[in-house]
Design a protein around this ligand. Structure first.
Ligand code: ADP
Ligand code: AMP
Length: 216
């Protein structure tokens, strides 16, 4: 059986990255995340596109979407190289959805549903390992030693866009641009909605079942 092509949708802070790491372990898929790819290229010169800002980082720090041509190219290259993937953070608007449809076929579309106040609590308390990318939360999932990754001993940092102000702007941008994407897949009859407000283990039980049921 070849590895499945999985799309995981949800607002910023819904738990996409947390569940994606488990999908990688369990199903041997590649984690393709536009957020991580863009963070690694925040200073890339995109001035030739003649848009509002000249680097991805300026859009990200404002909580806005990075322009489609930049993000579409990242996704195309990553999906071509992957034998099975979990795509996280893309598509975020209708034009990205059309582009995705033109370059790949999906086996499973998951949606993690979480309310706004919980999203803000999760985003503002999030800490990420600078070496391996493992994600923690200061209250909900703290590391054994404050500021140190349990998995690899790396330093934990807070993302620049995880302040309350930018988190709320990102959620607003999500509601305006990305909720229609969720509705598109719901209308297509392929969306598997999972209650994301439970513990990571409880959410995982439903995520794993959904993928097992559709990935053969
Ligand atoms: P996303 O990738 O959707 O932005 P993350 O997976 O990075 O979200 O999770 C955001 C924050 O919420 C992290 O600090 C993570 O530890 C925490 N978190 C993830 N899933 C849960 C959960 N089910 N319950 C409580 N906190 C969670
Ligand atoms: P994330 O790590 O998914 O929370 O994304 C962090 C930031 O990266 C977003 O607020 C956007 O500025 C940018 N970004 C990530 N994915 C996309 C995408 N598919 N389209 C446009 N911008 C994106």
């Amino acid at each position: 059986m070849s590895s499945p092509n999985i799309l995981i949708l949800g607002a910023p802070g819904a738990g996409k990255g947390t569940q994606s790491r488990r999908l990688v372990e369990e199903f041997g898929v590649e984690h393709v995340t536009t957020g991580d790819a863009l963070r690694a290229n925040k200073g890339m010169d995109i001035g030739h596109l003649d848009l509002e800002y000249d680097t991805p980082g300026e859009y990200m720090d404002a909580g806005e979407l990075v322009p489609d041509p930049v993000v579409n190219e990242i996704v195309k290259t990553a999906l071509e190289a992957a034998d099975g993937y979990v795509l996280d953070g893309y598509p975020r608007n209708e034009s990205q959805t059309e582009y995705l449809d033109s370059i790949t076929d999906l086996d499973v579309v998951l949606y993690l549903a979480v309310d706004e106040d919980e999203l803000v609590r999760r985003l503002t308390g999030r800490r990420v390992c600078e070496d391996c990318g493992a994600t923690y939360h200061v209250d909900f999932d703290p590391p054994a030693e404050s500021g140190v990754c349990d998995e690899c001993g790396g330093d934990l940092y807070q993302r620049e866009d995880d302040t309350e102000e930018t988190a709320r702007e990102r959620i607003r941008v999500y509601e305006e641009n990305t909720e229609p994407v969720v509705e598109y897949f719901r209308d297509e009859g392929v969306l598997v909605e999972v209650d994301g407000e439970r513990t990571p283990d409880e959410v995982w039980a439903d995520v794993e079942d959904a993928v097992e049921a559709r990935a053969n």
